[in-house]
Design a protein around this ligand. Structure first.
Ligand SMILES: [Fe+2]
Length: 216
């Protein structure tokens, strides 16, 4: 169910108290910029009612639930790989410290930036986003590899495995978004695939150079 349709449906029930002029203003804003563009207290009440209604309708119809469920797993996996990249940025040691400290820093920064849009995409589909560490630990599908506390090569290998798994997850979820014609989510997912491909390339190139050095 679209946000506009949900708003129209709620007009006679949950939102019957709204003055006609306020309702029309809010309807116009949603038509132009979507539910996320609403600001102000009255609009927040409308936003919450619309999201709740969409969630109930979507759940009943089973519409976008597969996409919301896939996004929840992606969020948990993204948090898991992000957390490792950040820890590797802190703990890496050795003669290639600077190179890896910077690369791991760029990767954790990028993965951190994708946490919020993932959580908000789930809300836009009318579902609730997981946020407790315990939720993420339970839902994630990418497991940690055993890595010594400071070794850059093991850290880079672990991140490469994680990034590869994330790539597969984002691609799979993009296919679900395409099927459901959820263009907004799809655009975000495609952008993530491009960034993850960049990290895959950079990690692979760094590992190739270091493994070559080790074998000399
Ligand atoms: Fe730092």
């Amino acid at each position: 169910m679209s946000e506009v349709n949900a708003l129209k449906t709620l007009r006679e029930t949950t939102l019957a108290h709204l003055a006609q002029s306020d309702y029309e203003k809010i309807l116009k804003a949603v038509e132009v910029g979507g539910i996320e563009s609403l600001t102000g207290t009255a609009s927040m009440i409308v936003k919450s009612a619309v999201l709740k209604h969409r969630y109930t309708m979507n759940k009943a119809a089973g519409n976008s639930q597969p996409l919301a469920d896939a996004l929840k797993i992606l969020l948990a996996d993204n948090v898991s790989v992000y957390s490792r990249a950040h820890g590797y940025h802190w703990n890496v040691e050795g003669q290639d410290f600077t190179e890896y400290h910077i690369l791991f820093g760029e990767i954790y920064d990028d993965l951190q930036d994708s946490i919020d849009p993932l959580g908000e995409s789930i809300r836009k589909l009318g579902d609730y986003s997981p946020y407790r560490l315990q939720d993420f630990v339970t839902m994630r599908t990418i497991q940690d590899l055993p890595v010594p506390p400071n070794d850059p090569i093991s850290m880079a290998r672990d991140l490469l495995v994680g990034i590869d798994a994330l790539l597969a997850g984002f691609n799979k979820t993009a296919a679900v978004a395409t099927q459901l014609n959820e263009q907004g989510v799809l655009n975000f997912l495609v952008g993530r695939v491009e960034m993850l491909q960049k990290w895959k390339w950079q990690l692979t190139a760094s590992l190739q150079a270091d493994e070559l050095e080790t074998n000399l």
